[in-house]
Design a protein around this ligand. Structure first.
Ligand code: ADP
Length: 268
């Protein structure tokens, strides 16, 4: 899209010419489009569980009023739908908080090794439930300046995605989680051996609400905002997010963050 201004100009005293100036509106249109899409998507995502909740309330007040078995089952579904709405609202709030400030402040020295080990511990029950083993390789004392909760969110989202989408066919292959220091950077990566992602989806994966398979994502409790949150947090920490994947070849998510000199592993 361009905005054009046409102005008549005298040329060499006797000829008339027109000067056309063009202003690129593509970027402005794109941003406006994204804003409109975002509001529409967020409303739709909230509407769906809400409609389902209202439907069950009506059923419980009417046909299922005196049926204790149906009541129990419906209350269970209603609880799940309400939890889904709560998750979505939490994610939307996280995104808007993260987007308000370009850089994190105040910054603390976060022991990334301890952070990753702790999150892996908390996700072990989910890994067992999904039948996905975890292989862990963490370099000690990798220290990253930043916001502990935000960094935890990055680690959690990437590992949870690998557990949700990265299950290999047949014999379960482990997801590989590594943390290492490379020069002045900390490199955290999560690799799975699941179905992978086709190249056409890769550039859009960190867009809000973008999912390769919306049904699968919802069934696994996804909001479609996880990778958008990851990307924003990483950028705020002056880091980079790399995604590498191909169909049937699993997926690799790699986060590179500026690190600070840690205590050598054997110095205590
Ligand atoms: P969601 O809440 O849907 O998981 P995300 O933003 O975390 O949202 O991820 C966006 C989409 O990227 C997911 O819906 C899924 O289709 C795809 N995806 C993310 N991680 C993986 C992975 N490890 N393997 C295959 N697909 C993935």
């Amino acid at each position: 899209w361009f905005e054009a201004h046409i102005a008549p100009v005298r040329f060499e005293g006797f000829r008339t010419a027109a000067m056309i100036s063009l202003r690129d509106l593509t970027e402005a249109h794109r941003i406006e489009r994204m804003r409109v899409d975002f509001v529409a998507n967020a409303s739709h995502e909230l509407r769906t569980p809400l409609s389902s909740l209202l439907g069950f309330v009506e059923t419980l007040q009417g046909p299922a009023k005196n049926d204790p078995t149906a009541r129990e089952r419906f209350l269970g579904i209603m609880r799940e739908q309400a939890q889904r709405m709560a998750r979505l609202i939490d994610d939307l709030l996280s995104l808007s908080r993260i987007e308000q400030h370009m850089h994190v402040r105040p910054v603390e020295a976060v022991d990334f090794t301890v952070l990753v080990a702790h999150i892996v511990d908390t996700l072990t029950p989910m890994a067992e439930e999904n039948g996905v083993p975890i292989a862990l390789e963490l370099e000690p004392n990798v220290i990253v300046p930043g916001d502990r909760d935000e960094l935890a969110r990055v680690v959690e989202n990437l590992i949870e995605n690998a557990l949700k989408y990265g299950r290999s066919e047949g014999e379960a292959r482990p997801i590989e989680i590594t943390l290492a220091r490379r020069g002045v950077s900390a490199v955290f990566s999560v690799r799975d051996h699941g179905p992978g992602i086709s190249p056409e989806h890769l550039p859009r994966l960190t867009e809000r609400f973008y999912r390769v398979d919306a049904g699968k994502s919802r069934a696994k409790g996804g909001t479609g905002l996880g990778l958008a949150i990851v990307k924003h947090i990483v950028l705020r920490h002056r880091g980079r997010l790399g995604i590498d994947s191909a169909p049937e070849a699993g997926a690799l998510f790699r986060v590179t963050l500026p690190a600070i000199e840690g205590t050598p592993a054997n110095s205590t």
